[in-house]
Design a protein around this ligand. Structure first.
Ligand code: OFO
Length: 167
């Protein structure tokens, strides 16, 4: 393998993190769907798909570099949320954690002079920047619209779902 052992480990960890992210978004989509937020549920289903593609991208990279890609096991994920807003607070926290994991790999690449992996991971840096912006944008709507009224719920569901559509 052309991957340094520590980097291969971190890449496998990243593949698991992305795969977990997909499962987490899927649980959010389900909660949103059953609580009447159909449009935003659609946005979360798309996020789940995207995260799965992020997972596969690292997974294949490990193999391409002659490493051993380990199929991640699926962890238990949070299924219940106390509010519409909480879904996005947790989504943002998750994305920030993913960003940290991405940065950690890049720091390690620099230490090991692995510029190929560093370059590969830059795609994730850009992706994370977008995803954090979107999660923060969604949270801003909760400052403007009250989710505790029927009209507010309806409007929030409409506005937040548009964030994904304009990407
Ligand atoms: Fe947003 O987790 Fe993938 O990159």
């Amino acid at each position: 393998t052309s991957l340094q052992e520590g980097i291969e480990k971190l890449l496998n960890l990243q593949s698991k993190i992305e795969s977990d992210a997909s499962a987490k978004y899927l649980a959010m989509a389900s909660w949103l769907d059953r609580n009447g937020f159909e449009n935003t549920a659609g946005y979360m289903y798309d996020q789940a798909e995207e995260e799965r593609s992020h997972f596969l991208k690292v997974f294949k990279y490990i193999t391409d570099m002659g490493g051993i890609a380990i199929t991640p096991t699926v962890n238990e994920v949070q299924q219940e949320f106390t509010s519409f807003k909480e879904v996005f607070e947790i989504a943002l926290q998750n994305e920030i954690a993913v960003t940290h994991a991405v940065n950690k790999i890049i720091a390690k690449c620099r230490l090991e002079n692995d510029y190929a992996t560093e370059e590969f991971m830059m795609w994730y840096v850009r992706e994370q920047r977008e995803e954090e912006i979107n999660a923060r944008r969604a949270l801003e709507f909760f400052e403007l619209i009250d989710e505790n009224t029927a009209a507010g719920k309806f409007e929030l569901d409409k506005q937040i779902a548009k964030i994904g559509a304009t990407e």
